[in-house]
Design a binder for this molecule. Structure first.
Ligand SMILES: Nc1ncnc2c1ncn2[C@@H]1O[C@H](COP(=O)(O)OP(=O)(O)OP(=O)(O)O)[C@@H](O)[C@H]1O
Ligand SMILES: [Mg+2]
Length: 272
């Protein structure tokens, strides 16, 4: 498979106030294929958001390479990043917030606004398009942030716990939208989630990050046999697949064992 993103020998450290170095990544290797959805799971503090900050260029790695492939037509690839905490600009309306990703690249056209309005409407946000973020619930803000991310016409989308504040029904709807995006546009997605079910239902591959410095402790290709349209899954059929519990147990065990390894001393006894 052609890769959209290659992370090679990535090293990154933070320096604490007392000059102590915390190594987050050491020689991390990681790739994402075209139209592939990769879920990243790992305990809190493993380094998932840091990895996104490095891939998106918000942070500069201490060493290593991050390569983004060109589009099929030879133009530059583009990363769209939906941060863990949605960042809507309070002085802009919802519609103006939604088109911000486009605005960072070029002048926003009327066609862009029409497209943005259609997407906001799809997410039940039509009536608030001309209001300001303070009037919205957490889940609504998160949906606006997702609209903004998807409207930017990216080749790869980084989603950091995008659905955590949403009710179940909306969550399934947005999961389907992301699945649809990869199926129709060939967009690649990296999804950070603490929800194992969501990781299995949505992704072609799950990467479990663990240890310090963090590395890939398990990589699992997800193959679900679902009925219907050429075996294309959706958020519901995926959860009903016979293979689902098998993957769930494998991922859960990897997380648990890593957690145990992390909180025991050299004799294997739990730390107090
Ligand atoms: N700017 C920073 N300076 C110093 N340490 C940092 C900085 N950002 C993150 N860290 C540390 O790096 C580690 C990884 O943090 P990160 O936010 O990437 O974890 P995470 O896997 O996204 O966790 P969560 O699941 O809670 O979101 C943590 O120990 C964190 O305290
Ligand atoms: Mg995080």
């Amino acid at each position: 498979m052609e890769n959209r993103l290659d992370v090679r020998n990535l090293n990154h450290s933070f320096i604490k106030n007392n000059d102590e170095e915390i190594r987050i990544f050491q020689n991390l290797k990681f790739s994402v294929g075209k139209a592939e959805i990769v879920a990243i799971v790992g305990r809190s503090g493993a380094g998932k958001s840091t990895l996104f900050n490095l891939i998106s260029g918000l942070l500069k790695p201490s060493a290593g390479k991050i390569e983004l492939a060109l589009r099929d037509d030879g133009s530059e690839g583009r990363i769209a990043y939906m941060l863990q905490k949605d960042l809507l600009l309070p002085w802009r309306t919802i519609l103006e917030n939604a088109v911000l990703g486009i605005e960072l690249q070029r002048t926003v056209t009327q066609a862009d606004r029409t497209r943005a309005m259609a997407m906001l409407a799809r997410y039940g946000l039509e009536s608030v398009a001309n209001t300001y973020p303070h009037a919205l619930s957490g889940g609504m803000k998160q949906r606006v942030a997702l609209c903004r991310t998807l409207l930017a016409d990216p080749t790869i989308v980084l989603l950091d716990e995008p659905f955590s504040a949403l009710d179940y029904e909306t969550r399934l709807m947005l999961e389907n939208d992301v699945l649809h995006l990869t199926q129709t546009e060939g967009t690649s997605v990296i999804l950070v989630t603490h929800d194992i079910d969501e990781a299995i239902a949505m992704s072609d591959r799950i990467v479990v990050l663990g240890g310090r410095p963090a590395n890939i402790i398990l990589e699992e290709h997800i193959v679900l046999n679902v009925p219907g349209d050429e075996g294309k899954r959706d958020a519901i059929t995926a959860r009903g697949a016979a293979e689902f519990p098998f993957y769930h147990q494998r991922i859960w065990r990897a997380l648990r064992d890593n957690d145990v390894a992390h909180t025991t001393n050299s004799t294997g006894n739990p730390l107090p």
